[in-house]
Design a protein around this ligand. Structure first.
Ligand SMILES: [Zn+2]
Length: 164
């Protein structure tokens, strides 16, 4: 992407696009326009995302075309366009990215595993905020695992099946 292309994309996004934060704290970028060629040019330069036709609504006389991306790709592109964005949209991007960073920090904070007592920091993903145990083994302690295996073997034996 040349700087002219980047500036063109930022200009178009300034007028026709919007940045939103999804519930799972990811950034979403979207452009919807009636000019299909313009949206397709934007998508081609971005190198990510697809262009889809929007359902025709009653109040719309012309078909609309939408391009959108979210997640890490959206963050990367937003940061590339950031220097050319105006005050309002630039501030919007900063606000969303700051909220995301705060969420990631909170979700990956140091905690103590209730099974082994070790301090650990979960890697960032959708469930890290709810992560309680340091590992699968701790989430399902050895005694429970052994008891389960014993029951399973007994069950098989009762049914007359071979146990390996
Ligand atoms: Zn543990």
């Amino acid at each position: 992407m040349t700087s002219e292309e980047r500036a063109w994309m930022a200009g178009l996004f300034e007028g026709e696009g919007c940045f939103t934060m999804r519930r799972n704290h990811t950034l979403r970028m979207e452009i919807a326009m009636t000019d299909r060629d313009v949206v397709e040019r934007f998508a081609k330069l971005a190198g990510v995302g697809n262009v889809n036709s929007l359902d025709k609504r009653v109040h719309q006389r012309k078909e609309q075309w939408r391009w959108s991306i979210s997640g890490e790709k959206a963050i990367a592109l937003a940061l590339e366009l950031r220097p050319w964005l105006g005050t309002r949209r630039g501030a919007r991007v900063d606000e969303i990215l700051a909220a995301r960073e705060a969420h990631v920090l909170e979700a990956t904070r140091l905690r103590v595993c209730p099974t082994c007592g070790k301090e650990f920091r979960p890697t960032w993903n959708k469930v890290s905020l709810r992560k309680v145990f340091c590992s699968k083994a701790c989430a399902w302690p050895q005694e429970k695992h052994t008891a389960y295996k014993r029951e399973w073997r007994e069950g098989r034996r009762k049914q007359g099946l071979t146990v390996t």
